[in-house]
Design a protein. Structure first.
Length: 205
């Protein structure tokens, strides 16, 4: 009867409302817009956590929420291939993790920031990786610190073409590896040092 016809019509209407899949370019623009909103929201949380009463009641919770928001924003910026913005968002998360005494999370975020900046701003990438190294050495994690010294050395080689600084970071990595009895890793670094030292000698002749 009449009820069945109405139901069918309603079903037909529902079918028509299905959203069309968006093209990839639109998607990355949408992600970037969402990331910018998340950054603003995270900033509000951080400012809110500074007020006296909030500090007494749940200031840390707001900082933790801001941390999560910065990290989510960073990943959205990565999807949109906005590497500088991703690096900056990871960096903000790293600083807040430090405020919360979460050293390991802070170091991880600094490394993520460094990896994002590598694609856009090599010097900023080095700054973030150095910040991570400081935390790892403070925690006695010398093998991980050595690995990041190698990454910095590679940035100096490939991006900034500063061989002397590359040598210094390979030497530091070798020192840390030796201290941890990772002799084969140390030797790989020292081979790089020797090769570059020989190159520099030839330039200077």
């Amino acid at each position: 009867g009449r009820g069945g016809g109405r139901r069918r019509r309603r079903r037909r209407r529902l079918r028509l409302r299905r959203p069309r899949p968006r093209p990839a370019a639109m998607d990355s623009t949408g992600k970037e817009r969402e990331a910018v909103q998340l950054m603003a929201e995270a900033e509000k949380r951080v400012k809110g956590s500074h007020s006296f009463l909030r500090g007494l009641f749940g200031g840390n919770t707001r900082v933790e929420e801001a941390c999560e928001m910065y990290t989510r924003a960073a990943n959205m910026f990565k999807i949109a291939k906005n590497w500088s913005a991703a690096g900056n968002a990871f960096c903000q998360a790293a600083k807040l993790h430090m405020q919360l005494q979460s050293k390991h999370d802070s170091a991880t975020s600094f490394v993520d920031a460094g990896n994002a900046y590598k694609k856009a701003d090599p010097q900023e990438a080095i700054n973030c990786l150095n910040a991570a190294i400081d935390i790892y050495t403070d925690m006695g994690r010398f093998t991980i610190a050595a690995k990041h010294h190698i990454t910095i050395a590679e940035i100096y080689e490939a991006e900034l073409v500063d061989i002397e600084k590359a040598i210094a970071h390979y030497e530091q990595a070798a020192d840390y590896y030796k201290g941890e009895e990772s002799n084969s890793s140390a030797n790989k670094c020292l081979l790089k040092v020797a090769a570059y030292a020989a190159q520099l000698e030839q330039y200077q002749k």
